[in-house]
Design a protein around this ligand. Structure first.
Ligand SMILES: *Cc1c(COP(=O)(O)O)cnc(C)c1O
Length: 389
C-alpha cells in the first residue's frame, strides 16, 4: 500500500488481499494447509524459492493481512503475529537470546513477563534478568553487563502509569550494544510509535486494545525485516502461532482502533480530573494530568495520556475494596483494553503474589485501585465510583 496514507486509512485498508471472489471484507481462511499444482511447485514453496502459503503454523492469508496492517500502523518493515502477547515476548527472547545473555528490564513490566524473565523460565535456560527502577536512567546504565543483549520496557507502566523516556533508553541500550524492545500494549500505535524513538522491536498483546472488545487472545512483534525474520524462524519451528480466526477478529478491531483509543483516552482524562477533585482520593496516577511527574515527557512521546487511570483512596484495603464492591456497572476484573470499563485492586490481584515489602517498594499500596476506562458514558462511570467513595 502507498506508504503516504495516513494512520486512519491504513487501519481500515492496509494489508488486505482479495481472493478471486472480490469479497469486500477481509476473508477468513480457516485452513491448516495449502495445496500445490505439482511436486515441483510443492518443493519450490517448501524451499522458499517461491513465496506463498505452505502450512498455517507459519503462513496463512488472514494472519498475513493482520501482520501487514499492524506493521503499517507501527511504521515497521515487518510484523509477525503470535498466539498471545506472552507468546510474542517468549518468541522474541528465544529468537534473539542464548544461555549466558542478560536482560535489563523496567520493574513495572507485566506480571507474567516478570515470571517469564525471572528464574521461572528464561532463568532455567541461563538467561539472567536485572529489573531497574522504570524512570531512573542511571539505573539502566548501571545495570549493563558485558553480556547484556536486550533492554525490555513497558511505558506507561502498570498500574502506576510511570512514563519511560524511550529515546533515552534506546541510546543507553545501543551504546551497550544491546537491542531495545518496547511493550506497546497500553498505548498502541495510535498513541505511541516506539520505533520512531529508536526502539528496535515493538511487542503487542493484541488481546487488549488492538482487538479492543475482549474477544480473543493474540500478540505481535514489529520491527526491521532482519530482526522479525529471527522471531519468525522461531515461530515457524516452535509454533505459538496466531489462529486465523483470531487474526480476523483483530483485523476488524484495528479498523476502529483510533476512534476507540481517542474516546477512551478522553473518558480517562475526564475521570482522572474528577478523581483529583474527590476528597476521599489521596492521589491520582494519570500521564495526561499536569500533576503527573512525567507529564511533559508523556505529552512529547504519546498523543494522549491513554485509557488507564490509577488512584489511591484514603484508608486501607477496606476502603479500596468498598469502592470496588459498591460498583454496579464497572466490571471487576484485572483485564484491560476493553470497551467495557474494568476496575481492579492490584495489591490483592495482579500484584498479590509478590511480597508485601516488594509491593511497598514499587508503590502498590493497599489503597490503590486501577481503572481501565472504556466507552461508557463518563457520568455513569463517575457515579458508579462515587457510590463507594
Ligand atoms: C496482557 C499483557 C501482556 C500479555 O498478553 P497476553 O495476550 O495476555 O498473553 C503483555 N504485556 C502487557 C503490558 C499486557 O497488559
Amino acid at each position: 500500500m502507498d506508504e503516504n496514507y495516513h494512520l486512519d486509512t491504513l487501519a481500515v485498508r492496509a494489508g488486505q488481499e482479495r481472493s478471486q471472489f472480490g469479497e469486500h471484507s477481509e476473508a477468513l481462511y480457516l485452513t491448516s494447509s495449502f495445496v500445490f499444482t505439482s511436486a515441483a511447485h510443492a518443493a519450490a514453496r517448501f524451499s522458499g524459492a517461491e513465496e506463498g502459503m505452505v502450512y498455517a503454523r507459519f503462513t496463512n492469508p488472514t494472519v498475513d493481512m493482520l501482520q501487514k496492517r499492524l506493521a503499517a500502523l507501527e511504521g515497521a518493515e515487518r510484523c509477525v503475529a503470535t498466539a498471545s502477547g506472552m507468546a510474542a515476548i517468549l518468541a522474541t527472547t528465544m529468537a534473539l537470546l542464548k544461555a549466558g545473555d542478560h536482560i535489563v528490564a523496567s520493574n513495572g513490566i507485566f506480571g507474567a513477563t516478570q515470571q517469564l524473565f525471572g528464574g521461572n523460565i528464561l532463568g532455567k535456560f541461563g538467561i539472567e534478568t536485572s529489573l531497574v527502577a522504570a524512570t531512573d536512567l542511571d539505573a539502566y546504565r548501571a545495570a549493563v553487563k558485558p553480556n547484556t543483549k536486550l533492554f525490555f520496557i513497558e511505558t506507561p507502566s502498570n498500574p502506576l502509569t510511570e512514563v519511560i523516556d524511550i529515546a533515552a533508553v534506546a541510546e543507553i541500550a545501543h551504546a551497550a550494544g544491546a537491542l531495545l524492545v518496547v511493550d506497546n500494549c497500553f498505548c498502541t500505535p495510535v498513541l505511541q510509535r516506539p520505533l520512531e524513538f529508536g526502539a528496535d522491536l515493538v511487542i503487542h498483546s493484541a488481546t487488549k486494545y488492538l482487538d479492543g472488545q475482549g474477544r480473543v487472545l493474540g500478540g505481535a512483534v514489529c520491527g526491521s525485516n532482519a530482526l522479525v525474520e529471527e522471531v519468525f524462524k522461531f515461530l515457524r519451528t516452535a509454533g505459538p502461532t496466531l489462529s486465523p480466526f483470531n487474526a480476523w477478529v483483530i483485523l476488524k478491531g484495528l479498523e476502529t482502533l483510533r476512534l476507540r483509543m481517542e474516546a477512551q483516552s478522553a473518558n480517562a482524562l475526564k475521570l482522572a480530573q474528577w478523581l483529583e477533585a474527590q476528597p476521599q482520593v489521596a492521589r491520582v496516577f494519570y500521564p495526561g494530568l499536569a500533576s503527573h511527574p512525567q507529564h511533559a515527557l508523556a505529552m512529547r512521546q504519546q498523543k494522549s495520556g491513554g485509557a488507564i487511570v490509577s488512584f489511591e483512596v484514603k484508608g486501607d484495603r477496606k476502603a479500596a475494596w468498598r469502592v470496588i464492591d459498591s460498583t454496579r456497572l464497572l466490571s471487576i476484573t484485572a483485564n484491560l483494553g476493553d470497551t467495557k470499563t474494568t476496575i481492579t485492586h492490584p495489591a490483592s490481584t495482579t500484584h498479590g503474589r509478590i511480597t508485601a515489602e516488594a509491593r511497598a517498594a514499587s508503590g502498590i499500596t493497599e489503597g490503590l485501585l486501577r481503572v481501565a476506562v472504556g466507552l461508557e458514558d463518563i457520568g455513569d462511570i463517575e457515579a458508579d465510583l462515587a457510590r463507594g467513595l
